[in-house]
Write a protein that binds this ligand. Structure first.
Ligand code: NAD
Ligand code: ZN
Length: 788
């Protein structure tokens, strides 16, 4: 086979591959390879064609704009074609671009003159937003049409969808706009909106988007514009095909802005190509902090007269250039998966990757989070995967390139025992309440059950225990803790208080003074504040805030230790899951022994005292009854029972006749209560729980009058997002006047969530827990009704 033939074959191969990728990217909004990979193929093709111009054909991807409009949309003919942009990946390509332009405009005699000030051209520099190009037409100041770029000549009619984008004016401001105006720009999804959207998708069991560009494209090209409306899209204008607005590109954009059209706040006019390079460096340094993804910057010769003179090449203008940054997504191989054990025993799969440059740094590891994520990605060892690194965020695997799966790919198995200590591994459980019942489902996390006998957990637990926000012991870094654990000097946090000077001075890196300092630092930590001690214990899901709530409400470690999960749920901000974690932590024998040793060693909180009355006044006795998960006894029926009986004793003394005479209590429910109160042990349990609540300072405040007076008594509401009509505190006051409690976070106990605009994680949590969500408008209507 001759060389020429081989090159022709390669060119054909590249064209076919690029066409397939174009289809996936433009038509399906679901690329299977990262842009960096696509750009490599594209550049290889362009170079081969440059070396062999006789092989160029008019339908080569290098000669035309890609993107067939989908038949599902009405088509729109662009009066002025929408083109692509020439790309540069290195500084010399930028300089060549400037030189070509100067030459063509006759401002340059020979190459040395490139930087001569009298010859240099003015440029407008802009960020290159990573979204999709859209054309929007205004007639007499009104938005009449919006279209995608499509193949450059024909786009898709997406008018209804673009109308839902908040920062696109439906009507232009001012009066001096031309009768017909077509603006062009990028529709994109800001990073924050993208993260929220993906959380929402995950929470509702949908497939999340791989990156903001896919999310923007997938959201905009929807046949149902209601879907588009629910997506956080924005528009930024970077040009117009309407002539005669001004003499320069930059001043044209300024005029568009006066009519209410969004342009980039990062626009900058520079005097010469050196200014462009400085702009590239400046934006590059701030790239990760920008609220949206960019894949490069764009330089445009500013004088429109010069733009006209330069004109176009096949698929791109000669007066503009995109200078790209290091790709944020790359393709590489998954070599292996290792399992790391964290402080609470959670086992995290970590991907070992064939090292690859992503976003300017070498990446060799990426977290896979948990086994649900592994399943969702469908990833196997040996797969080619797309790795994304956006900003300071830990590298993520976003996608598997299935067509490259090798025959010997290996499934990632859930470990059956701890990779560090060999202990049994258990799947976590999620406890939530739904319609008054406790629903237990399988969590995504597997845990090593070895607790502190597991060296990995012990080390992490010790690091947490001594950390600044916990016991705050200076001088116990990772290396030292590792030595203490491997030499078996420390088997639990309590052992720290048994360390002697002789033991410490023997450790690597210690001398007389440092050993004495460490011993005294440990001794000094013996009387921490209660909240710190609780936090230091490292109870799963108990962060600093929860530790403070426990400390304040219960006043002593002993009471925290004794509290039943059913008691803990009455505390503010503590949901069923956390309560369950706390109770089972203290039920653990090993943990109990550590706490006993603390007492022996005089490690004790300095501020123990009486419990504060923070129980949610047991909101209602009804809520208490609900906790027993009696079939058919949810909110309303529990309320009926509570109003009738008013105490635990009375409830358990109820007889069949009484139960059947309770107003509006269904027969079936009455039967269930009857069965329940006759069950062995239930009465004792209920009395014990009531006793504990009373001991801890709770008062039943479920008198009939109160319950009836306040429409929302016993309910906990959460406000999130920005409210337009009311301030947060106004909303809070009105809810409280109706008897509701307003909490700062969503838990299974939350009755209702009011979501203003740009609501985030609380909203997704509410969806996850199937808690009713009201828009601000619905909320206002409901308030008005209840306040009557
Ligand atoms: N991963 C894949 O499979 C795949 C497939 C096809 C295309 N792609 C990606 O798309 C690129 C090619 O697409 P393209 O032809 O749209 O070219 P392009 O994205 O390189 O440049 C042109 C586009 O840039 C956008 N743009 C953003 N800011 C701009 C500004 N300030 N001024 C002007 N335009 C601006 C516009 O949408 C314009 O259409 C490839 O380089 C690759 O990154 C990826
Ligand atoms: Zn273990």
């Amino acid at each position: 086979m001759n060389a020429k033939h081989t090159i022709a074959t390669r060119i054909a191969q590249l064209r076919a591959a690029i066409e397939q990728h174009d289809y996936n990217y433009y038509a399906l909004d679901a690329p299977t390879v990262p842009d960096s990979e696509y750009d490599r193929l594209f550049n290889e093709l362009r170079e081969l064609e440059q070396q062999h111009p006789e092989l160029i054909s008019a339908d080569s991807p290098t000669q035309r704009v890609s993107g067939q409009p989908l038949a599902a949309f009405k088509q729109v003919q662009h009066t002025v074609p929408m083109l692509s942009l020439g790309n540069a990946f290195a500084e010399e390509q930028v300089l060549e671009f400037a030189q070509r332009a100067q030459q063509a405009l006759g401002t340059e005699q020979d190459a040395d003159d490139l930087f001569a000030p009298e010859l240099s051209l003015e440029y407008c520099c802009e960020p290159k937003l990573d979204g999709l190009a859209v054309s929007i037409t205004y007639e007499n100041g009104m938005l009449v049409r919006a279209a995608t770029r499509g193949d450059g000549q024909t786009g898709e009619d997406i008018t209804a969808n673009v109308r839902t984008i908040r920062n696109v004016p439906l009507k232009l401001q001012g009066t001096d706009w031309p009768e017909l105006l077509e603006v062009r720009g990028e529709v994109y999804m800001p990073k924050a909106g993208f993260a929220e959207l993906n959380q929402r998708m995950l929470a509702t069991g949908q497939k999340p988007f791989a990156n903001p560009r896919n999310a923007a494209a997938g959201s905009l090209r929807q046949l149902d514009s209601k879907v588009t409306a629910s997506r956080p899209l924005e528009f930024c204008c970077y040009g117009t095909s309407t002539e005669g607005l001004a003499a320069q590109h930059s001043s044209t954009l300024q005029r568009l802005r006066q009519w209410g059209i969004m342009i980039s706040p990062e626009l900058k006019v520079v005097k010469d190509i050196q200014g462009c390079l400085a702009y590239y460096a400046d934006i590059g340094a701030r790239r990760m902090q920008l609220p949206y993804d960019i894949d490069g910057v764009v330089f445009k010769i500013n004088a429109l007269e010069q733009q006209r003179e330069l004109g176009f090449r096949a698929r791109e203008p000669r007066w503009a250039l995109a200078y790209k940054y290091a790709a944020q997504e790359e393709i590489t191989e998954l070599l292996d998966v290792e399992f790391q054990v964290g402080r609470t025993g959670a086992i995290t799969p970590v991907a070992r990757l064939k090292p690859v440059h992503v976003g300017g740094v070498m990446v060799a590891n990426a977290t896979l989070h948990n086994m649900d994520e592994v399943a969702r990605l469908g990833v196997m060892v040996g797969d080619s995967v797309i790795v994304r690194r956006a900003g300071d965020v830990i590298p993520q695997i976003t996608q598997v390139v299935l067509e490259r799966r090798p025959d010997n790919a290996r499934a990632i198995a859930t470990p059956t025992q701890c990779p560090v200590c060999g202990s049994r591994v258990e799947r976590t459980q999620l406890v939530r309440r739904s319609k008054g019942r406790e629903v237990i489902s399988e969590g995504a996390v597997w845990r090593c059950m070895g607790r502190l006998s597991c060296q990995a957990q012990l080390q992490q637990a010790l690091l947490h225990f001594v950390s600044r926000r916990a016991m705050d012991i200076d001088g116990l870094g990772e290396k030292i803790i590792e030595q203490l654990v491997t030499r078996e000097l420390v088997r639990s946090p309590a052992d720290l208080y048994r360390l002697t000077y002789e033991q410490v001075v023997e450790l690597d890196g210690f001398a007389d003074l440092s050993a004495r300092n460490l011993i005294s630092a440990i001794a000094k930590s013996k009387q921490p504040r209660l909240a710190r001690l609780i936090f230091a214990l490292g109870i799963p899901d108990v962060g600093e805030e929860t530790a403070k709530v426990l400390a304040r409400a219960l006043g002593s470690l002993a009471r925290v230790q004794q509290a039943y999960a059913q008691t803990l749920v009455w505390l503010p901000e503590i949901g069923a899951e956390v309560a369950h974690e706390i109770a089972s932590f203290f039920a653990d024998q090993h943990n109990q022994s550590v706490l006993r040793q603390f007492t022996e060693l005089q490690v004790q909180a300095s501020d123990e005292g009486q419990p504060a009355v923070e129980f949610q006044a047991c909101t209602t006795f009804a809520g208490f009854i609900e906790q027993f998960n009696i079939s058919g006894i949810a909110r309303t029926n529990a309320q009926r029972l509570a109003e009738h009986f008013q105490t635990v004793e009375a409830l358990f003394a109820a007889d069949w006749l009484t139960l059947n005479t309770i107003e509006r209590l269904p027969k079936k429910a009455a039967q269930a209560v009857q069965d329940f109160i006759q069950q062995a042990g239930q009465r004792e349990l209920a009395l014990r729980l009531e006793q504990q609540l009373l001991d801890f300072g709770m008062h039943w405040s479920c008198q009939r009058e109160q319950v009836q007076a306040a429409a929302l008594a016993g309910q906990t509401w959460v406000l999130t997002g920005t409210l337009e009509e009311l301030t947060r505190s106004q909303a809070k006051t009105r809810l409280e006047q109706l008897g509701a409690k307003v909490a700062g976070s969503v838990s299974a106990k939350t009755s209702c969530v009011v979501a203003g605009s740009s609501a985030g994680s609380k909203l997704s949590r509410a969806h996850e827990l199937a808690i009713p969500v009201l828009t601000e408008a619905e909320f206002l209507t409901q308030l008005a009704e209840l306040e009557q």
